[in-house]
Design a binder for this molecule. Sequence first.
Ligand code: PLP
Length: 349
Amino acid sequence: MSKKLPKPELSEPERLNGARIPTPVHKLPRLSGEYGVNLYVKRDDLTGFVLGGNKIRKLDYLLFDATQHGATALISCGRVQSNHCRAVAALAASYGLESILILRGEKPDSLRSNLLLDYLFGAQVFYVTEAEYKERENLRRIIEHQIVDRGGKAYYIPEGGSNPIGTFGYVNMWRELTMQLGSEVPNYDEPVPSKFDSIVFANGSGGTQAGLILGKLLDEEKVDTRIVGVNVCYDASETFHLVKDLLWKTVAHFSLPLSFMAEDIEILDGFIGEGYALSRREELNCIAHVARQEGVLLDPVYSGKAMHGLLETLKKSPEHFGKNILFVHTGGGFGNFNIEDAWSEVFLK
Ligand SMILES: Cc1ncc(COP(=O)(O)O)c(C=O)c1O
C-alpha cells in the first residue's frame, strides 16, 4: 500500500542526511503473544551506529541550520553519559567541525560508553557542577568568544536537540511511518498494520513527543493514534510542560497552521523507578527479557524503562493502548556498557 507523502509547508526547516532512514518497523512476535497484543517496534536504534538513536533525526535539521549560519563549531550540553552529546561529537567530526560539550557531572576516573566516544570523536569536554550547569549560558558565552577569537563561528544546540528546529526530526519520522503503514516487512510474516492505536516511547527532553504530536496534527489523514511518552527523566507534570512549551514554540516559530490541546500530550507516569539513570532489577530483567525473546537491545536509561512501563501497564490492563501498538526504540544501547557492575550482578552472582 502506498500513500502520498504530505507536502511539507514552505516554512518548514530543511535537513541533512546523517540518519539512516527510513528505519525498519517490525513485529515483536513473542512479546505480542505473551501480552495478547500486536506489538511492533520502530527501530530508531538503527539510525546509525555512533549516530544511532533518536538524536540524529533532530541533529540533521539542526546541522543544516548550523551550516546555513557558517558554523565551524558545535556547542551542546547534557549529562556526562548523554547520548545526544555523543551524537553531536560524532556528527561534528564527520563534517569537519569542532565540538564542545558542557557536561553536568564529575570527570570520572575512567572513560566508558558515550563519554569515551565523545573523546574518540575529538570533543572538547567541560565538566560542570549542577549549579554551574544552571548558569551554563555564561560558560557558553566564554566558549563562543574563544571560538570567534580563533576565527570560527559557534552554533549552539540545546540539551537533547529539543528546540523548534530539532523537533522536526520527529515530524519527519511521523511522515516516514505513514509511508510504512500496511507495507510488507522482509523476514517477517506480518505486514505493518494500516494504523497503530498507540505509539509509545521514552520521553526525556520532550522533543520526540512534540515532533510526533506535530506530525500527527499536520497529517491530513487525521488519525486517532495516541502518542504516549513515558517520562524517564522528569516527573509527569514537568514532562508535560516541556512538551507543551516546545509545541507552542515550534508552532509559533514556523507559523504552523494548527492548534493542540492538553489531551494531545499523553504521559505514562510511574516508571522512572529509583530516578534518572538508576536501574532497578525489574527494569534490567525487562531489558534482558526483550533481548532474549526478540534479539532487540534496549538501554537502561531510556528505552528499557519505557518498555518496562509499557509491558507493566499491559499486564494490569491489556487493552490500555489498543490492539496495535508501536514502540519507538529511541536507541541508547551504549548505556549498557556504563553499568557492567549491575549487569554482572544480574548474570554472574
Ligand atoms: C536513548 C534515548 N531515548 C529517548 C530519549 C528522550 O528523547 P527526548 O529528549 O526527545 O524526549 C533520549 C534523550 O534524552 C535518549 O538518549
